[in-house]
Write a new protein. Structure first.
Length: 216
C-alpha cells in the first residue's frame, strides 16, 4: 500500500510537471504568434513605400458637356489641383482617353482631346482605351510598373462609368487605389457623391500630406 501510494504521489507530480511544461510551451507559442503578427505589417510597410501616379480619365471635349453642371467647376478646379500636387512632388500624371471604335471620338480630333484648361502636358504618358476600364487591353499596367508605381489616384469622368471601372481594375491588379474627392464628374451629381462615399476617397488636404510624405 505504501509503494502504491508512493507511486501515486510520483505519478501525480509527474503529471503536474507535464501540465506545467505544456502550459509553458503553449504560452511561448502564443507569444511568438503575436510577435510575428505584430511585426508583419511593419515589415510590409517598410518593404512597400507608396509610389503613386495620378490617372486623369476621359476629360475629353466630346464627353465633358454631357456631365452634370452641378459641381462641374469645382471638379475641374480640383483635378487641376491634384495635377499640380503630383507635379510639385515629382510623381507621374497619366492621361487616359476613351474612343469607341465605331462611334469615336476619333484620335486627332478636337472632340478627342482634353480642354486646354486642364493642366496636362504633351510629355504626360497617354493611354487610349476602347473599354470602360483603362487597364483592359491597354499598356497602362505596363506604364505604371515601368515607373515603379504601386498606388493610383483617380480623377475625371464618368464617376459611375470609366472611373469606377478603372478603380476596380486597379484593385484587381493589386494597386492601392483611391478616388480624389470632388475631382469626379458624372451625368448626375448625386451618383458622383455615392461613388465617393463607397469607394476609398481622399480630399485635397489628405492627398497633399500623402504625397509630401511618400518616398520618392
Amino acid at each position: 500500500m505504501i509503494r502504491e501510494s508512493g507511486r501515486f504521489i510520483r505519478d501525480k507530480k509527474t503529471g503536474g510537471n507535464m501540465r506545467r511544461t505544456f502550459v509553458w510551451f503553449f504560452a511561448i507559442g502564443l507569444i511568438a504568434t503575436a510577435l510575428a503578427a505584430s511585426g508583419a505589417p511593419a515589415a510590409e510597410s517598410q518593404a512597400k513605400p507608396m509610389k503613386p501616379a495620378l490617372l486623369v480619365i476621359d476629360i475629353q471635349n466630346a464627353y465633358l458637356p454631357m456631365m452634370s453642371a452641378e459641381g462641374k467647376d469645382l471638379a475641374l478646379y480640383m483635378i487641376n489641383g491634384a495635377i499640380e500636387l503630383f507635379r510639385v512632388n515629382g510623381f507621374p500624371v497619366i492621361r487616359v482617353h476613351h474612343t469607341d471604335l465605331k462611334y469615336g471620338p476619333k484620335p486627332g480630333t478636337k472632340e478627342f482631346e482634353f480642354p486646354e484648361s486642364v493642366l496636362i502636358k504633351p510629355e504626360d504618358p497617354r493611354v487610349v482605351k476602347n473599354y470602360p476600364s483603362a487597364f483592359k487591353k491597354t499598356d497602362l499596367d505596363k506604364i505604371l510598373k515601368e515607373k515603379g508605381c504601386n498606388t493610383v489616384f483617380l480623377c475625371g469622368l464618368s464617376a459611375v462609368g470609366c472611373v469606377l471601372a478603372t478603380y476596380y481594375g486597379a484593385n484587381d491588379l493589386d494597386y492601392d487605389t483611391f478616388m480624389v474627392r470632388d475631382a469626379l464628374l458624372s451625368q448626375n451629381a448625386e451618383y458622383t457623391r455615392v461613388v465617393q462615399e463607397f469607394c476609398d476617397s481622399v480630399g485635397y488636404a489628405a492627398l497633399k500630406v500623402m504625397l509630401e510624405n511618400a518616398k520618392k
